[in-house]
Design a binder for this molecule. Structure first.
Ligand code: PLP
Length: 384
């Protein structure tokens, strides 16, 4: 049966170039912290990867800390904020948005439970943060602002340059979760001026379980994972050399072909969007019309449940996702779409198509062919 993978925001297929560089690096078994030749060989490979990752986001190599992924990078920044507050910082408030990834939303929930003050910037119907409200929330008691560069469900892109400028004008530190942005839009830490940025290898054709945190050279930072002296004392734990090498290679590929790839992805996304609208009545496209990641298309189909669409597409060999947390046993609609003001029924009927490097026009045409009868059938049995 034909297989079409349109769930690239969940994770990507590893690039063949990444697999081959990882296979070679599996021979590098020396501990990169050891001083002997075995260790030095691993160390050289890791530093090469560090340069590749740094180059991809316009950072200096010394500003990259390798982590276990986006979740750890995000957690590290909030742990730092907590430490600074506990150690007497006069700034005791944090600002984030209502549509952040659970890596941040749940971390904030935990902090609030423990008495820390966090304000949430709301978003408009396109998923853009409300800049007026953000300006109002800023103040000289704000320690950290954390706003994602692009949303994983809708693909909506925020104006991180402006968000950072305002944060800094108010003396706050600025973090952005760029896990979904990497490879899909321009990400330049120096142009944005951010203090911290999270990224994750498996979202840009690298391996899972590895990521990085950019920490601007003069920004405060303390180890979240404590232990040995790796990463200059900023992140302990023996290096996962093959994973780091793989992420470095993936970063290199983004530098080499990223821009052309984005144009191709946008063309595929538009083909899918137009095809769905032309063949299915009452299609609602969620997110921002133009400030959107090129491969992300989030659509709602009134009268059809997202989970049912997902399962019927799966039956046809097509992998997509819904924003709801059905995988965890709850059928709550997506909090991201609800935060954008979408009504509950439409939020329940939403599907995220996320396209990637290895999709073709014929993949898209296959989905356009399979979708109309699925939606028709679900609407016929729907109780609306
Ligand atoms: N932040 C965003 C925006 C994400 O989309 C994800 C993954 O879905 C994460 C953080 C977590 O990254 P990781 O899977 O590397 O822990």
């Amino acid at each position: 049966m034909r297989k079409v993978y349109l769930d690239n925001n969940a994770t990507t297929q590893m690039a063949p170039e990444v697999i081959s560089s990882m296979q070679q690096s599996l021979q590098l078994y020396g501990n990169a912290s050891s001083m002997h030749e075995f260790g030095r060989d691993s160390h050289v490979a890791i530093e090469h990867a560090r340069n590749q990752v740094a180059r991809m986001i316009g950072a200096d190599a010394g500003e990259i800390i390798f982590t276990s992924g986006g979740t750890e990078s995000d957690n590290a920044v909030f742990a730092l904020a907590r430490d600074l507050i506990d150690n007497g910082s006069p700034r005791k408030r944090l600002i984030t948005s209502t549509i952040e990834h659970p890596a941040i939303i749940e971390t904030c929930r935990y902090l609030v439970k423990h008495g820390y003050r966090i304000d949430y910037v709301p978003v408009d119907s396109t998923g853009k943060i409300d800049m007026d409200r953000y300006r109002q929330l800023l103040g000289d008691d704000v320690l950290l602002v954390s706003i994602m560069a692009a949303n994983n469900e809708t693909g909506t892109i925020q104006d991180i340059l402006q968000v950072t400028k305002l944060a800094h004008e108010n003396g706050a530190l600025m973090h952005t979760d760029a896990v979904q942005a990497i490879g899909k839009m321009d990400v330049d830490v120096k142009a944005w001026g951010v203090d911290y940025l999270s990224l994750s290898g498996h979202k840009f054709y690298g391996p899972k379980g590895v990521g990085a945190l950019y920490v601007r050279s003069k920004a405060p930072f303390d180890a979240f994972v404590k232990g040995g002296h790796q990463e200059d004392g900023k992140r302990a734990g023996t290096y996962n050399t093959p994973a780091i090498v793989g992420m470095g290679r993936a970063a290199q590929l983004i530098c080499d072909t990223g821009e052309q790839e984005r144009a191709e992805l946008w063309a595929l996304r538009e083909r899918l969007r137009n095809g769905l609208i032309a063949n299915i009545p009452e299609v609602v496209v969620n997110g921002h019309a133009s400030d959107c990641l090129p491969g992300t298309l989030n659509v709602s189909f009134a009268g059809a449940e997202g989970e049912s669409i997902l399962l019927m597409l799966d039956f046809e060999g097509v992998a997509v996702s819904t924003g709801s947390a059905c995988a965890t046993g709850s059928l709550e609609p997506s909090y991201v779409l609800l935060a954008s003001g979408l009504d509950v029924e439409l939020a329940h009927g939403s599907i995220r198509f996320s396209l990637g490097r290895y999709n073709t026009e014929s993949d898209i045409d296959y989905v356009i062919e399979k979708m109309p009868p699925i939606i028709k059938r679900l609407r016929e049995i729907s109780t609306r």
